[in-house]
Design a protein. Structure first.
Length: 174
């Protein structure tokens, strides 16, 4: 169980008050800072739930992506672009997953310099167990009612699409 921080005050609320005194309206700063803080909290919860499975959330994401792929394997550069991570981070994650026996790597026959990562049977088994752990945790969102989760997703989707997260989507955001 992740230990609560138990701060005696809300640091984002306090920062917002100070912000308003120095710079003006703080609603965007409060919202953005809250998103980053929640990301840190969720990642800590995910990593704790995944630790017994010898995974971090970053490595879990790779395994899920491979599980969802048509053939169970993908080029490392595709993994990096889909997960929006640097090639060095992908290589590190794959190295750790190979060492754990969850992934195998082989040269990409379609790209002389490329590498394919493929999920192993043990990797598929750990995805099932790790997914159950995250689902039991309700992905860290148990305090948010279902209808509010849908609204939260919709708001964050607008931000993502407005930033061009999906090709051609910046023009679709209203």
């Amino acid at each position: 169980m992740v230990r609560p921080l138990g701060l005696p005050f809300d640091p984002i609320e306090r920062a917002g008050q100070t912000w308003e005194k120095h710079f003006g309206p703080a609603s965007s700063m409060r919202a953005a800072t809250s998103i980053f803080r929640v990301q840190q909290i969720l990642l800590a919860r995910f990593d704790e739930a995944l630790r017994p499975h010898r995974l971090t959330f970053a490595r879990y994401e790779v395994l899920v992506l491979l599980t969802f792929s048509r053939t169970g394997e993908l080029p490392l550069k595709v993994i990096g672009s889909r997960l929006m991570v640097h090639p060095t981070s992908v290589t590190n994650a794959i190295d750790r997953l190979v060492a754990a026996g969850f992934v195998r790597r082989r040269p990409n026959p379609d790209d002389g310099r490329g590498v394919l990562a493929g999920i192993t049977d043990e990797g598929r088994q750990v995805v099932v167990a790790a997914t159950a752990a995250l689902t039991d945790l309700d992905f860290g969102l148990a305090d948010v009612p279902e209808d509010e989760r849908a609204a939260l997703f919709a708001v964050l989707k607008r931000v993502r699409l407005g930033a061009g997260d999906v090709e051609g989507s910046a023009t679709l955001v209203e």
